[in-house]
Design a protein around this ligand. Structure first.
Ligand SMILES: NC(=O)c1ccc[n+]([C@@H]2O[C@H](COP(=O)([O-])OP(=O)(O)OC[C@H]3O[C@@H](n4cnc5c(N)ncnc54)[C@H](O)[C@@H]3O)[C@@H](O)[C@H]2O)c1
Length: 260
C-alpha cells in the first residue's frame, strides 16, 4: 500500500457497508492503506463498482473482499457480518456508511412528501443501521470489543427547508449511536457518528450545478469544499487505538459549515 499513512489498523477486520462509491469507497481505501482487511459491501446492482474497489485495494497491496448487502434485509446484514468473521476470522470495526440518496430527490417538505419516500428513506438509512448494529454488536463482543462508525450528516442538526425525511433518518441515527455507546461501552465497544458537511465525490461532482457549489462554499468556514478523504481520515482514526477514548459522539467533519 502507499506509505503516506501510518498503519494503525494492521490485521484488523473491518466492514465498509455502502463502500461501492463516494465516501465509502475512499474510506475502504484508507482503511486498507492503514493495514486493515476490508469487506466492502453494497447492493446487488453495485457489483461492478464493488469489484473495482476490491481490485484497486489489491493492486495497492491490500486485502479486501466484496459482499452483496441490502440494508433493507436483516438476513443480508447477518450474512455481511458472518462474511467478515469467516473471511478474516473476526470483526474489529464497521463503517456503516450507506444511505438511499435517490429518495432525497422526492424528499420535498413535510406537507408534500409521500409516505413512500418517508418509508424508503427510514428503511434504508435508519432501520438498516439498526439491522447492521443488531448483527455487528454480537460479533464485536465475541472479539472483546471494537468500533462502530456510522455516517450521519450535518442535516441531522441543521434545520433545512427540504429533505425532512433524510434529516429525520440521520437524527434517528444519532440517537442509535448514543444508545449503542451507552449500552455496550462497558464491553469495550465504541459507537460514534461522523456528520459530513457537503462532500464532493467522484460520483456527485458532475451533477452539481455551479451555483450550488458557490452556495455550499459560502456556507463553509474553510478555504475549500469537503473531500471523501476528509471523512476517511476520521473513520480510520475512530477505528484505531487513537480513538479508544471517544464514545457516543456525533462529530461534524464539515469545514465549520454547521457554525454558519
Ligand atoms: N456527499 C455528501 O455531501 C454527504 C454529506 C453528508 C452525509 N453524507 C452521507 O455519507 C454517506 C455516503 O454518501 P455519498 O455521498 O458517498 O453517496 P454514495 O451514493 O456514493 O454512497 C452511498 C452508498 O450507500 C449504498 N447504498 C444505497 N442503498 C443501499 C442499501 N439499500 N443497502 C446497502 N447499501 C446501500 C450505495 O451502494 C453506496 O455504496 C451517506 O450516508 C450520506 O448520507 C454524504
Amino acid at each position: 500500500m502507499q506509505a503516506s499513512h501510518c498503519r494503525r489498523l494492521e490485521g484488523k477486520s473491518i466492514i465498509v457497508a455502502g463502500g461501492s462509491s463516494g465516501i465509502g469507497r475512499v474510506s475502504a481505501f484508507r482503511l486498507a492503506e492503514e493495514g486493515a482487511r476490508v469487506i466492502v459491501a453494497a447492493p446487488e446492482g453495485e457489483v461492478a463498482r464493488l469489484d473495482a474497489v476490491v481490485a484497486e485495494i489489491a493492486a495497492r497491496g491490500g486485502a479486501a473482499r466484496a459482499q452483496i448487502f441490502d440494508a433493507t434485509c436483516d438476513d443480508s446484514a447477518a450474512a455481511l457480518v458472518a462474511r467478515a468473521e469467516s473471511e478474516f476470522g473476526a470483526l474489529d470495526a464497521v463503517h456503516a456508511n450507506f444511505a438511499d440518496l435517490r429518495a432525497i430527490h422526492d424528499d420535498s417538505d413535510a406537507v408534500e412528501v409521500s409516505d413512500e419516500i418517508f418509508d424508503r428513506t427510514l428503511d434504508v438509512n435508519l432501520k438498516g443501521m439498526l439491522r447492521l448494529t443488531r448483527h455487528a454488536v454480537p460479533a464485536l463482543l465475541r472479539r472483546g470489543g471494537g468500533a462502530l462508525i456510522y455516517t450521519s450528516s450535518t442535516a441531522s442538526l441543521a434545520g433545512e427547508p427540504t429533505r425532512p425525511c433524510y434529516a429525520m433518518s440521520k437524527g434517528g441515527l444519532n440517537a442509535l449511536v448514543r444508545h449503542v455507546a451507552v449500552r455496550w461501552g462497558i464491553n469495550n465497544i465504541r459507537a460514534n457518528a461522523i456528520m459530513p458537511g457537503f462532500i464532493v465525490t467522484d460520483e456527485n461532482r458532475d451533477g452539481i450545478p455551479s451555483d450550488w457549489l458557490d452556495y455550499m462554499m459560502a456556507q463553509t468556514r474553510a478555504v475549500r469544499l469537503g473531500r471523501p478523504e476528509d471523512i476517511a481520515a476520521m473513520v480510520a482514526m475512530l477505528a484505531s487505538a487513537d480513538g479508544e477514548w471517544i464514545n457516543g459522539q456525533t462529530i461534524a467533519v464539515d469545514g465549520g459549515s454547521i457554525l454558519h
